[in-house]
Ligand binder design. Sequence first.
Ligand SMILES: *Cc1c(COP(=O)(O)O)cnc(C)c1O
Length: 380
Amino acid sequence: MITAEQLHQLAESHGTPLFVIDHDELRNNYATFKKYLPRVQAYYAVKANPDPAIVKTLFDAGASFDVASLPEFMVVYDIIKDLPEQERQQWIWDKIIYANPIKADETLQELDRYKPLVTFDNREEISKIKEFAPHSGLALRLRVPNTGAMVELSSKFGAGPGEAVDLILEAEREGLTVEGLSFHVGSQTTNFENFVQAINLAAMIFREARERGYDKMFLLDIGGGFPAPYDPSVKPFSELAKRINAELDRLFPPEIEILAEPGRFMVATAGTAVSKIIGKAVRDGKLCYYIDDGVYHTFSGIIFDHCQYHMESFKEGPTQICTVFGPTCDALDVISMAEELPYNLERGDLLYSRNIGAYSGASSTWFNGFPPAKVVHVNR
Ligand SMILES: *Cc1c(COP(=O)(O)O)cnc(C)c1O
């Protein structure tokens, strides 16, 4: 782990706001995932942090990728495009799944030449894929319970269990091939039961499809949702992996390929924000620090990801509960109403926030004229 001292030095040489990405941590997270889920190929969900340097490090470590837009697809394709034609086609499926169930006509048209693997979850999408990207392989996205996930996704995507096999057979009638199933249990899922239920549901659909004469499915994509250790109440990954492995081995024979799409798990702990105190005030008796990064920038996850980050001070001193505000003129730009920080910090002092690598800087804006934090890569 990158030390506080290293962070301080980086901020002194690069200035603030600074977003530090630790590539050793990326490799560690990938290795942990592989160690505990040896049967599962990790397709890193690029939306969690699309920095091409992150994609490259995970690629070199052995990861594959889940993309959801053409620009994300190209970030990965850029790495494999120089391979010989023959190998490249194999790599596209081995390395990329286009996991956005809803795709614009134009996007499908662009994607078709790569013969991609794409997800879908409804009839309309079957007609679109048939018309605009008939060379795709398909994976049906199932709707599964998202109980207790920090970010819920089941209201937006997924075919219900009652319609799943009908959709698979309909795709077949249209001349397309459904290669397997996918699901997402909701992001930052600390309720491990979600994974167990979803894998069981997928096994049921595999069985029903076979009973109804469809036997071309060879892959199961167990999606994302693997929790990052934001706080000590998150149970260890090894425990979740044990439950998943038990269900996979019980329900899916070894010839079924198992994929997953971890986003947050790979990058959350690899990112740290370092910010500078630019103002200090007491409002209604409460000490307020104003810093040079906020919810329109690296702390965007507070709004979009329903995530709370903790601030730490490099300086020690007696503490009290403070408010921390971002730099813009919007009252929404609040990082925390209750951070325990030394009350003797001064203008120019630095604060840092760990575990902020996922769903954070990627959504930075230029609101109010404040640019996104500078990104610096360490241990690359
Ligand atoms: C966002 C997303 C992921 C990544 O989810 P995490 O909770 O970050 O692991 C994976 N798959 C799909 C389809 C997604 O939309």
